[in-house]
Design a protein. Structure first.
Length: 341
């Protein structure tokens, strides 16, 4: 984990797409000295985690972000890169968040396949039980998380590094039984999958649900039987409380009918077509308007506007929204030349 080769490799992964950021440039001015010193601190147990910078982002709801300094974020990358190789092969196939080759769009595509199978291509009724965990990242029980990691990781030096990262968020808060991991850490996404793999295992092995899919703390189960799905809610609620000290979000547990649309990861899926969620479309148009106004007044050039446009066109390509895609191209295309393919 702490070889120079691995740390330099993780640095290249970490800085990808961030090379213009000031804190990255400052660290890179003395890159070799910084990495040699970091390796020495890690190998002699002298490494300590600095305090976090705290701020809020709105995307679309307001979220509290805790940002570590570059040195600590590099350590997060080193640990995450190593642990991912150990844990990813243990995760179920239908866990799609923060995993190589997965993602939201693949999750939606797999949900679409599940809907076709459960409904027998529309011949049978199909219901979806969609659930969300209340304040998940703020509620992760750190002792439980450490216990789950220790079931797999046995190397004491590695466990010390992992514990430093886990404890860094609550280090100055003096909590006797601390909970919560920072939303901004790359390790937090992996820790979330390790933690919620217990739920995945319970649903797949104990309840034996075939049509189950999870993306972070959002998860969904399909069935032909609405009453059966209602029965599952109490089983899952009890498991989460007893084993992971988590609770379902009281306002985000509901059952949808396929004929009315199944809402998941920003899309609404029907039997024969998929649409973007209405508030997702509204948010997309608002952000494009803001970017276009900045372009018109010369606050930004065409490049960031074009990147944002291409990103949203890519999102729309996963839904049946051709008319909206054409309208957005016509309204916001700023480069010279023809429309993109």
């Amino acid at each position: 984990m702490t070889s120079l080769e691995h740390i330099f490799q993780c640095w290249n992964q970490f800085k990808r797409g961030k090379s213009k950021r000031k804190d990255i440039q400052i660290f890179e001015r003395h890159l070799e000295d910084n990495i040699f010193q970091l390796q020495e601190d890690l190998r002699t147990s002298q490494y300590s985690h600095a305090p976090y910078e705290q701020f809020y982002v709105t995307d679309p709801k307001q979220r509290h972000i805790s940002k570590a300094i570059v040195r600590d974020r590099l350590v997060h990358q080193v640990v995450c890169d190593t642990l991912t190789k150990v844990f990813d092969k243990k995760f179920i196939f239908h866990s799609f968040s923060s995993r190589l080759g997965k993602g939201a769009h693949m999750g939606v595509a797999n949900l679409r396949q599940m809907i076709r199978k459960v409904s027998s291509n529309g011949a049978l009724p199909c219901f979806a039980l969609k659930m969300d965990i209340r304040k998940f990242f703020d509620s992760v029980h750190l002792c439980t998380l450490k216990g789950l990691l220790r079931q797999v990781i046995k190397d004491e030096n590695a466990l010390k590094m992992i514990d430093i990262i886990i404890d860094s968020f609550k280090a100055n808060q003096g909590e006797i039984d601390p909970v919560g991991i920072p939303l901004g850490n790359v390790t937090s996404q992996l820790f979330a999958n390790v933690y919620l793999h217990e739920l995945d295992d319970f649903v797949k092995q104990n309840i034996k649900e075939k049509y189950y899919l999870r993306y972070s703390d959002d998860f969904i189960i399909l069935s032909n039987n609405e009453e059966y799905l209602k029965h599952l809610i109490s089983l899952i609620r009890e498991f989460l409380a007893k084993n992971l000290r988590l609770e379902l979000h009281p306002k985000k547990v509901f059952i949808s009918k396929l004929v009315s649309g199944i809402d998941f990861l920003g899309y609404v899926l029907f039997e024969n077509h998929t649409l973007m969620r209405t508030n997702s479309k509204q948010r997309m148009k608002r952000r494009l308007n803001e970017a276009y106004e900045n372009y018109l007044i010369g606050k930004t050039d065409a490049t960031p506007m074009d990147q944002k446009l291409q990103s949203y066109l890519g999102i729309l390509s996963h839904a049946d929204q051709q008319t909206l895609s054409i309208g957005i191209k016509n309204a916001y295309w700023v480069r010279n030349g023809s429309f993109p393919d």
